[in-house]
Design a protein around this ligand. Sequence first.
Ligand SMILES: Cc1cc2nc3c(=O)[nH]c(=O)nc-3n(C[C@H](O)[C@H](O)[C@H](O)COP(=O)(O)O)c2cc1C
Length: 202
Amino acid sequence: MQESFEIVVADDPFTLFSVWFAEATTLEPADPNAMVLATTGSDGQPTARAMLMKSYDRDGFVFYTNQESRKSHQLRANDKVGLCFYWKSLYRQVHIEGTVSPVSPAESDEYFASRPRQSQIGAWASQQSRPLSSRKELEDRIQSLTAQYEGKVIPRPPHWGGYRVTPHRIEFWRGHEFRLHDRVVYARATPQEKWTTQRIYP
Ligand SMILES: Cc1cc2nc3c(=O)[nH]c(=O)nc-3n(C[C@H](O)[C@H](O)[C@H](O)COP(=O)(O)O)c2cc1C
C-alpha cells in the first residue's frame, strides 16, 4: 500500500477533523455537515437520526434541535451519544463517542438569530416528535405565527437550543479496495487528558 493512502496521524483529532471536513466541504455535494446522532433513552433502546453539525472546535461538536423532542428526552436520561459523519464522495467516515451538554443560552440565541426567518418560525411552529393530526395543522400554525411576528424580531423559543458533544473517542476511517480500510482511533479518558492514538485493523 502506498504511503499516501495512509491516514496521517495529527497531534490531536481536531486538526485531522478540520482537514477532512474542509475536503468534505469542497467535494461532498450535499450537506457535508450532516451526521448521524445516536442516542439511547432510559430503556436502553438505541435510536439514530441525521442532524446538521453547526460548529465545532476543541470543545466539541454542536447541533441544534427542539429540546422537547424525542432525542432531547433521551439525552436528559442518558448524556452518552454517538455521532457518525459519512462522506460518501470521499469514502471516509468519522465516528465520535462522547457526552452532550446544552450550549449556553447566549450561544443558542446567537445561532437562532442567524437563521432564516422561515426557519425561526418553523422552530416555534414545530412540536418536534409530538403527534400531528394533519399537515394542515402545521401550515395553519406557520401562518398564524407569521402574522404574529410580522415586522418583529423573532425570539428564540425557550424549548429550542444547542447541544455540544464533548468527545472521548474519535475514529477516522478511510475506505480502500478489498476492504483494506485504514482506521485510526484517538481516545482520552477525560477532556483534560492528552489524546492517545491507535491504528486498528479494518
Ligand atoms: C440531513 C438532515 C439533517 C437534519 N438536521 C437536523 C438538525 O440539525 N436538527 C434537528 O432537530 N433535526 C434535524 N433533522 C431531522 C432529524 O433527523 C429528526 O427527524 C428530528 O430531529 C426529530 O428527531 P427525534 O424525534 O429523534 O428527536 C435532519 C434530517 C436530515 C435528513
